[in-house]
Design a binder for this molecule. Structure first.
Ligand code: PLP
Length: 377
């Protein structure tokens, strides 16, 4: 069976795990967490990065930092994973779902403009597949309307928009290091605080159970105490050790994913010419990290047929998302099917192929020829 996803694993990371375990400092904010913080700060150019136990929790922290409350509105795509919407709903605020653009499947700035009201507090763009949203336009809409921007860059680690790393452009950025992402330690994430240094101190407090323990550990106060709401958002240093070894292979992992992506593009080009499928596009201003390889079929029926037939040939393909506005929770928020037709159509037609560093050229050839065979071309 060719799996849909497989982690990049080489033995060298065991020495870091052994180091953590023998020293016994396995809670958060120890040696490898600090190494990861330094790495993210320097490599991706941001003033402050803090590891969290997941990207979902980094988004939850962002919504606390924004002081979201009941009746506030936050604009985000409906073609999206649940975490951005949850982080807003957990504060009692309302996710406002916008359409995506057909080429990148990223949020449409024109629809953002249409959805701004007096209640709007923030925009949460999501960089789908490691391909950037139109950040210049989104930042200018935000600044003109006094809105904050949180980039859900769960899929965008090490990808760029006009030379800037994703996650470092908005007020906050969030990363995921979940098993399924490009750089992984099982479960993990980070929040990046990019511009406002006052927010750095608040972020440290919220992440340390609402206390000023970080200041205490630096010797800046002589005891620590409860200062505001927060929770325990830290990542164990055991996981940070794994993550650090992934960072050491940052470019290698990306290069291998690029190889897979390009082989699919070359191999499936004829099917696009025949009008059977649509291939993804990476706009000129983006440098992708090749997180996802997806194609579009011509109908829901064809998509499901291809998915089933690939499974019979031991190839695990996948699709996502059920649009958030048409989910059971979306319906409880007052949305209904038909509200965002383009998003619903994309969700019906999309199919994702396996992509990971260890996927061999022969396996890729087999996947490509299977697709031709199934579509009988
Ligand atoms: C994976 C993902 C998340 C959640 O990441 P976790 O680290 O699993 O919490 C959030 N948003 C998007 C767009 C994702 O792809």
């Amino acid at each position: 069976m060719i799996p849909f996803n497989k982690i990049y694993y080489k033995n060298e990371k065991l020495k870091y795990i052994e180091d953590v375990l023998t020293k016994g400092k396995i809670s958060g904010d120890n040696k490898y967490t600090k190494k990861c913080h330094d790495f993210i700060g320097k490599q991706f150019c941001t003033q402050k990065a803090l590891l969290t136990a997941s990207c979902s929790l980094a988004l939850d922290m962002s919504s606390i930092l924004l002081n979201l409350k009941e009746d506030d509105e936050v604009i985000m795509p409906s073609f999206n994973f649940v975490s951005t919407a949850n982080s807003v709903a957990l504060r009692g605020a309302k996710p406002i779902f916008a359409e995506v653009k057909e080429d990148t499947l990223n949020i449409d700035p024109e629809d953002i403009k249409r959805k701004i009201t007096k209640k709007t507090k923030a925009i949460f763009p999501v960089h789908y597949a490691g391909v950037s949203c139109d950040m210049d336009e989104i930042m200018s809409i935000a600044r003109n309307n006094g809105l904050m921007v949180v980039e859900d860059s769960a899929q965008g680690v090490n990808a760029k928009y006009k030379g800037k790393y994703l996650g470092t452009i908005g007020d906050f950025g969030t990363y995921s290091f979940h098993e399924t992402k490009n750089y992984s330690c099982g479960e993990g994430g980070a929040i990046l605080i990019n511009h406002d240094s006052d927010l750095v101190e608040r972020a440290e407090i919220i992440r340390e159970k609402g206390t000023n323990r970080s200041k205490f550990l630096r010797g800046e106060v002589d005891k620590y105490t409860w200062v505001e709401i927060g929770s325990s958002y830290l990542m164990s240093d055991v996981l940070a050790a794994i993550l650090y070894s992934q960072f050491e292979n940052l470019d290698k992992i990306q290069k291998e994913r690029e190889r897979v992506y390009n082989m699919y593009m070359d191999g499936l080009g004829n099917l696009e010419k025949l009008g059977e499928i649509k291939l993804p596009v990476i706009p000129e201003y983006c440098e992708s990290n090749y997180h996802i390889f997806r194609i579009m079929l011509n109908s829901l029926q064809e998509r499901n047929y291809l998915l089933d037939e690939l499974k019979k040939r031991n190839i695990n393909a996948a699709f996502h998302y059920i649009p958030l506005h048409s989910s059971p929770m979306g319906k409880r928020l007052g949305y209904k099917k038909g509200d965002l037709p383009l998003t619903e159509n994309i969700s019906d037609l999309i199919l994702r192929l396996p992509i990971y560093p260890d996927l061999g050229n022969e396996q890729i050839d087999y996947i490509i020829s299977s697709i031709y065979d199934i579509l009988k071309k």
